[in-house]
Design a protein around this ligand. Structure first.
Ligand code: MG
Length: 252
């Protein structure tokens, strides 16, 4: 069942979303070669708590940390560790959520550490663009699979792969609500988008095959062929004026 949100509820989710936008901005300057993924996680947790919000992922189905940190061939759900250090040439996926007054917001981005090859930069750019294109579909009257199709079309036109095993989702009083939002599919199917729907759209894109494998830790999803992967995500409210991206910084 898709739960529609009131303007008041959307404003609460925006408060969380703006905290996440600030975290993403902070991380762009903070993440450097030599830093452990646990140090990154601790910094983010402190940041979220200092702003009066609660980390959304910590304890979720037993996930042990605030941020999912997924490096290179890791797609999503990487667990921060004192033994894993970021190094020059890595691409680092940072996925984080927070809760404000019982309402969730969720976002992710993938950042390069220092110099990366042009084709890897293209992987990041195309993944982010596919999210932007999907966001433009978040208007009343569009169908759910118009979002999915926008991602797939852009990604495949650039020769990259769209991960099938994980999907975007509705979000609100729960981190994961209906509907599920695949990143592939024909347009014009599924429920019609309505004012008050809030969705987390999150394309996961690979340089090679889109098949995934889960590591022995039970969480970390990697590409089966070892190719690099990127992940971007925003939380978006559908409004009569079009998409309202709650996790993008609103100019003060
Ligand atoms: Mg999500």
């Amino acid at each position: 069942m898709i739960v529609l949100k009131s303007a008041r509820e959307i404003d609460l989710m925006r408060r969380g979303g703006q905290i996440l936008a600030d975290v993403m901005e902070m991380l762009r300057g903070f993440v450097k070669p030599g830093l452990s993924t646990l140090e990154i996680d601790e910094e983010v947790e402190e940041f979220i708590v200092a702003r009066g919000a609660k980390p959304a992922f910590k304890g979720y189905r037993g996930f042990p940390a605030t941020v999912c940190i997924s490096i290179n061939e890791e797609i999503v759900h990487g667990i921060p560790s004192a033994h894993r250090r970021v190094k020059e040439g890595d691409i680092v996926g940072l996925d984080l959520g927070c809760i404000v007054e019982g309402y969730y917001a969720d976002c992710a981005f993938t950042m390069p550490i220092g110099e990366i090859p042009a084709r890897v930069q293209e992987l990041l750019d195309v993944t982010r663009q596919s999210l932007d294109l999907a966001i433009t579909q978040c208007r009343p009257g569009q169908r759910l699979s118009d979002i999915s199709h926008a991602v797939q079309r852009h990604v495949e036109a650039h020769g990259f792969g769209v991960v099938r095993a994980f999907v975007g989702h509705g979000i609100g009083r729960n981190l994961h609500e209906d509907p599920q939002i695949p990143n592939f599919g024909e347009p014009g199917h599924g429920p019609q988008l309505k004012k008050g729907m809030v969705v987390a759209i999150e394309p996961m894109v690979t340089m090679g095959s889109y098949d995934v494998r889960i590591l022995d830790d039970g969480w970390t999803a990697v590409t089966k062929d070892g190719s690099l992967a990127a992940h971007f995500e925003h939380t978006i409210a559908v409004t009569d004026n079009g998409p309202d991206v709650l996790t993008r910084r609103v100019a003060a």
